[in-house]
Design a protein around this ligand. Structure first.
Ligand code: MG
Length: 395
């Protein structure tokens, strides 16, 4: 194992409950470093790992699939415990053979819990026996925040107004296609919902809805224009941060199964730190990362093996310039090279790889102006490698 890997494996720091640094090994001094809008380097080994999710299974015509491991299950075929009327009464819809069915005339139902930005999965089927036409045929709807309706309609060989078809952002935007199955068969909706973000009355992000119907994209990051609705022009504006997910009773005995959602992480405009950031946010994040690395460096302190600590100190400079840290790391590097040079020949020979690694670290730091052009330990390391012939190919 080279020293870089050793250092990486030791790099586990948790500040409070928030993992600031990766708990796993990964490259250091490697990709382009952080810049004014990116707090992480390219391929940054310090960057936290994405959470692990065990994927679910897909549904078949007869069998509902399984949700992914981090989903909030809203309906799994057993009960309506997570649902209620808009008056807070128990949901009056029926469960038949593990499927939820609208009790026409009983009113819509909504989740007891509130949700904001989410990935929502829902499957529905219109009655196999076709009755009515246009909006009167197999109509329901799923409402994000209890307001924004993604239309549910038996659109199979059914003509209606375009912005009222299955997969429409109702009254606002038609679906880009109608990939619907015949009535009686289950249709699968996968929806990505991002609510509008306003600050001081100004829109930082209009919010968006993306919808797949039976795996086919029908709403492509469509900007929100208010709740949508029947006949009235919807207006752009703020919406609540959270609200129930609602299902519509439009008088048809529609069926539902396999309903789940996953909360989504914050966007940059609301405090998320993945993506290009405003410079002041990027600077603050870089400071946070550098501080965590310096804290980690202190845990590596070992007079007999100074290299892990000094590498970690240099690493912190990739994120944030800090003269006292540079001064300390320089002194440690100078002492390290002196110590190595004074070793007897047989032990000196064993230092070849770690010294060459240190030379590469200095090259990286110099290339990105993290150390001065004239940096004494860099010169000393290069001289040592040259004197020992450590760059020559070995026989
Ligand atoms: Mg509807």
């Amino acid at each position: 194992m080279n020293t870089g890997n050793l250092v990486s494996l030791l790099a586990i720091v948790v500040l409070g409950s928030t993992p600031v640094l990766a708990a796993s090994a990964g490259p250091r001094f490697y990709g382009d470093p952080p810049d004014d809008t990116h707090p992480w380097a390219v391929h940054d080994g310090n960057r936290p790992q994405p959470k692990t999710v065990v994927p679910g299974t897909f549904s078949t015509a007869d069998q509902a699939g399984k949700p992914p491991s981090d989903a909030i299950v809203l309906f799994d075929g057993t009960d309506l415990a997570r649902w209620q009327t808009d008056k807070g009464k128990p949901a009056p819809w029926r469960i038949v053979d593990g499927v939820m069915q609208v009790e026409p005339g009983s009113g819509g139902i909504q989740t007891r819990d509130s949700f904001g930005d989410c990935q929502l999965h829902i499957e529905w089927a219109a009655p196999a026996k076709v009755e009515g036409d246009s909006q009167g045929r197999g109509n329901s709807g799923v409402f994000l925040l209890g307001q924004v309706e993604i239309q549910i309609l038996d659109s199979y060989q059914n003509v209606t107004y375009a912005d009222g078809h299955a997969g429409a952002y109702y009254g606002v935007n038609p679906p880009m296609a109608l990939p619907v199955r015949p009535p009686g068969e289950f249709q699968v909706y996968d929806i990505v919902f991002r609510r509008p973000v306003y600050k001081d009355g100004k829109a930082l992000d209009p919010g968006y809805v993306t919808v797949f119907v039976n795996g086919v994209l029908v709403q492509d990051h469509t900007p929100l224009e208010g709740p949508g609705g029947h006949m009235g022009r919807s207006r752009v504006g703020p919406l609540p941060d959270k609200g129930p997910i609602s299902l519509q009773d439009h008088g048809n005995p529609m069926r539902f199964r396999n309903i789940w959602c996953r909360a989504l992480p914050p966007r940059v405009c609301e405090g998320g730190t993945d993506g290009a950031l405003p410079p002041e946010i990027a600077r603050a994040k870089r400071h946070e990362i550098a501080a965590a690395i310096r804290q980690d460096a202190a845990t590596l302190r070992n007079p007999d093996q100074p290299l892990p600590e000094l590498l970690r100190l240099f690493e912190s400079l990739v994120y944030e310039s800090d003269p006292p840290t540079l001064e300390k790391a320089e002194a440690m590097a100078t002492a390290y090279v002196q110590t190595v040079k004074s070793l007897p020949a047989d032990r000196l020979a064993t230092k070849r790889d770690e010294v060459r690694n240190l030379r590469d670290v200095f090259k990286y730091l110099a290339r990105f102006k993290r150390i001065p052009d004239a940096f004494a330990p860099k010169t000393a390391v290069e001289q040592l490698i040259q004197d020992q012939g450590w760059d020559r190919k070995r026989n």
